[in-house]
Design a protein around this ligand. Structure first.
Ligand code: KG4
Ligand code: ZN
Length: 343
């Protein structure tokens, strides 16, 4: 099955083509430089940028796959949600129009499930699996009993882990989105595990709440009044050691919290063969290391996408679309965008 994937849920415009289990080509255009000026994603600008870029990216992908007119394509997969409504509508409208003009079916894909299925790119997920999805907008733990089956075990009640990283980075005047910069600086610092308590563990559930940690860090930063970091010129040599130590502490606190809730989720599952870690935050080196060690100690296979497939990309959307189509779970032509909530 040849599937064209389209992703426009947030600030990456991406198009990919899969041909029978083989990723032929994929392009990702990130809008981060445009939004970073504002310190966060500006929804209207994101939609306009998707509209400006999408047709060119589709043409480039089809050209490089030597199918300039879309010949041979069996399926179009597009992100249905969650995401920014305007941004989703650009991708969905485009995908439906292309579907009508090529006469091929279109399927709306759950972006969160697609993130987790990207673990399959490296090695096959063995089921039953446990999926930990950690991104800028979501922190979800799923039981994955079989392919295309997801039972939600826990989720964030407020800020997602990525959002906590980004907001804390902003407090430190680090570039946007800050998760990556905290990760880099954390590697050069020493964590103090007594500084901040791991948030929302005094319960027996698998949910998360990271907003308290952000407030605790804000109060700490205010009290310490660190020397200002030059935002534009991110140079690790010029960043004081106490900021590197603070980044290591924040990183450790978030990673340990994710791990503790994952331990609880494992205890609620009948059997786990694979631990899947996915989403933008899964690029975090300490998180990957800790989760990999935990999985191996428990005898699970550990899978996380390669760093360049942790963030938003259309390769995962096309791949997930094919998995759903193979099960006969197609969308009707009138499916709508689902910016939040259950798809
Ligand atoms: O999955 P994603 O690309 O977009 C959403 O669907 O939300 O995730 C983006 C998030 C941002 O919050 C970003 O700061 C975070 O992933 N992120 C990281 C790292 N790389 C990206 N967080 C921690 N460490 C990283 N290395
Ligand atoms: Zn995402």
């Amino acid at each position: 099955m040849i599937c064209l994937g389209i992703e426009t849920s947030c600030d990456e415009t991406s198009v990919a083509l899969w041909d029978d289990g083989h990723l032929v080509t994929d392009l990702v255009h990130t809008q981060i430089p445009m939004h970073s000026v504002f310190g966060g994603v500006v929804p209207e600008l994101a939609s306009r940028e998707h509209l400006r870029l999408l047709d060119g990216l589709v043409s480039s992908v089809l050209q490089s796959a030597e199918r300039p007119a879309g010949q041979g394509i069996d399926l179009i997969a597009v992100t249905r949600g969650p995401g920014l409504l305007g941004a989703l509508l650009v991708g969905i409208s485009y995908a439906k129009s292309l579907s009508l003009s090529l006469g091929v079916p279109v399927i709306g894909v759950n972006h969160l499930y697609a993130h987790l299925l990207a673990c399959d790119f490296t090695e096959p997920i063995e089921y039953p699996a446990l999926g930990v999805l950690v991104s800028g907008g979501h922190t979800h733990i799923y039981e994955m009993p079989a392919p295309c089956e997801f039972n939600l075990l826990g989720k964030t009640l407020d800020d997602a882990a990525g959002e906590a990283f980004d907001k804390i980075a902003k407090l430190l005047n680090l570039p946007y989105p800050g998760g990556k910069y905290i990760d880099i600086l954390a590697r050069l610092g020493t964590a103090d595990p007594r500084l901040f308590s791991k948030p929302y563990l005094q319960n027996d559930n698998c949910d998360f709440s990271f907003s308290g940690l952000k407030t605790a860090v804000a109060q700490y930063v205010h009290k310490k009044s660190f020397a200002a970091i030059d935002y534009a010129a991110f140079d690790v040599e010029l960043i004081p050691q106490e900021i590197k130590d603070l980044c290591a502490t924040v990183n450790e606190t978030i990673v340990e919290t994710l791990l503790e809730k994952t331990r609880r989720a494992v205890a609620r599952c009948h059997d786990v063969k694979t631990l899947c870690l996915a989403g933008g935050v899964a690029a975090n080196s300490h998180l990957r290391h800790k989760f990999s060690a935990f999985a191996h100690a428990r005898g699970f296979k550990f899978l996380a996408p390669a760093q360049n497939y942790c963030g938003d990309n259309a390769a995962m959307i096309a791949y997930a679309g094919v998995q759903w189509a193979k099960k006969g779970l197609m969308s009707s032509m009138d499916f709508e965008a689902v910016p939040r909530g259950k798809i």
